[in-house]
Write a protein that binds this ligand. Structure first.
Ligand code: PSU
Ligand code: MN
Length: 299
C-alpha cells in the first residue's frame, strides 16, 4: 500500500527507491478500444515502458481498491470489459465505496498516480471540450489543473473542439509543451494550427517540471507529441468522420461519459479501422517517451 493506493510490490519498490515509474490509465483499454486491440495496446505500452528500464503501473479501481499496477489476472478481467465501469475523478469515491471494478480515465488515473507517488503518466489523448451542445467538458481538464504530474499524450482527441480545449488548458494554468513539435497535435494527425512551445531535449522537460514544483504549482505538465507519421490520417478524413459522428451522437441522445467512447468507435468504423491503427501506434510511442522522461527524472 502507498497510502490509500494499493501498489503492486514491483511498483512500490521502484517508487521507494526513486526509480523510473510510468502510470497508465485503464479506460482506454476497457472503454476506448475494442477487443482484441485493447490487449495489443496494453501489451505494447507496458513493453515500451519496461524495455526502457522503467516500471509500468496500470491504474484502476479493483473491486473497490484503488490500484497502481494490476496482476495478470486483474488485467485480463479489465480487458474482457465485462461489468467494468468507466471511472473519472468524480466517480472514484463511489467506485471505492461500492466495491466496483472501475477503469480509470486520465482524470482518475493521474489522481491515483499522484497519491501513489508516481510523477509520470502516459496516454493517447486527454479529454476536453466537446463540439456539440451542451459542450460537455471532460473532468480531465480540471484534474490536470490540480495534479502535479507529467502527462505524455498526443494532445486532445480530434473528436473534440481542440481550440476550446486549448483555451481551457490555458485558463486553468496547465503548461503545455511540444516534444519536437511546435504545434498541438490533433491525435490522429500532427496538425491543429494551434501553437505550443517546442522542446527538443528530455533534460529541458525535467527542468520545466522541476521549475513548476519549485513555484509551488499544483498543475500538470502536458507533454505532447504527434502520432508516428506513417500512421497519421489526413485531417479531411478525420474531420468528415468526426462531424458525422457528432451529428449521430446528438441524434441518438448520447450524453455524459458515454460520448467519448461513442465517438471513438464511430470514427474507427468510419475510417475502416485506420483510426485504431494510429491510436495503437501513438499509445506505444507516448508510453516510450514517458519512460524516457521518467528515467531522466530519476537520475
Ligand atoms: N485516449 C485514448 N482513448 C481513450 C481515452 C483517451 O486514446 O479512450 C479516454 C481517456 O480515459 C480520457 C477519456 O480520460 O477518454 C475522456 O473521457 P471523458 O470525455 O468522458 O472525460
Ligand atoms: Mn463529461
Amino acid at each position: 500500500m502507498t497510502g490509500v493506493v494499493r501498489a503492486l510490490p514491483a511498483v512500490a519498490a521502484a517508487i521507494a527507491d526513486g526509480r523510473a515509474v510510468v502510470a497508465l490509465e485503464s479506460s482506454v483499454f476497457a472503454q476506448g478500444l475494442p477487443i482484441p486491440a485493447n490487449k495489443t495496446a496494453a501489451r505494447s505500452m507496458v513493453e515500451a515502458v519496461e524495455s526502457r528500464g522503467a516500471v509500468a503501473a496500470i491504474t484502476a479501481v479493483v473491486r473497490g481498491i484503488p490500484a497502481a499496477g494490476l496482476t495478470a489476472e486483474e488485467l485480463e478481467r479489465f480487458l474482457a470489459r465485462d461489468g467494468i465501469v468507466k471511472v473519472s475523478a468524480r466517480d472514484l469515491a463511489l467506485a471505492i465505496a461500492r466495491g466496483t471494478d472501475g477503469a480509470t480515465t486520465v482524470a482518475a488515473a493521474i489522481r491515483l498516480a499522484h497519491l501513489a507517488g508516481i510523477e509520470v503518466f502516459a496516454t493517447g489523448g486527454i479529454g476536453g471540450v466537446h463540439r456539440a451542445p451542451p459542450f460537455d467538458e471532460s473532468a480531465d481538464l480540471a484534474e490536470l489543473a490540480r495534479t502535479p504530474v507529467i502527462v505524455v499524450c498526443s494532445g486532445a482527441k480530434a473528436i473534440l473542439d481542440l481550440r476550446a480545449t486549448a483555451e481551457r488548458l490555458d485558463s486553468l494554468g496547465v503548461t503545455v509543451i511540444g516534444y519536437r513539435t511546435a504545434e498541438l497535435p490533433a491525435f490522429y494527425g500532427a496538425e491543429s494550427g494551434i501553437a505550443v512551445p517546442r522542446v527538443d531535449e528530455l533534460s529541458e522537460i525535467v527542468a520545466i517540471y522541476r521549475a513548476q514544483r519549485a513555484l509551488g504549482a499544483s498543475s500538470a505538465l502536458l507533454v505532447v507529441q504527434p502520432p508516428p507519421s506513417p500512421f497519421a490520417l489526413p485531417a479531411s478524413v478525420v474531420e468528415r468522420a468526426v462531424v458525422e459522428g457528432v451529428r449521430e451522437s446528438t441524434r441518438a441522445g448520447i450524453q455524459g461519459s458515454a460520448i467519448t467512447p461513442f465517438l471513438l468507435a464511430y470514427v474507427d468504423k468510419a475510417t475502416a479501422g485506420r483510426a485504431r491503427e494510429v491510436n495503437l501506434a501513438l499509445l506505444e510511442q507516448n508510453a516510450a517517451l514517458a519512460a524516457s522522461i521518467a528515467t531522466a527524472l530519476a537520475r
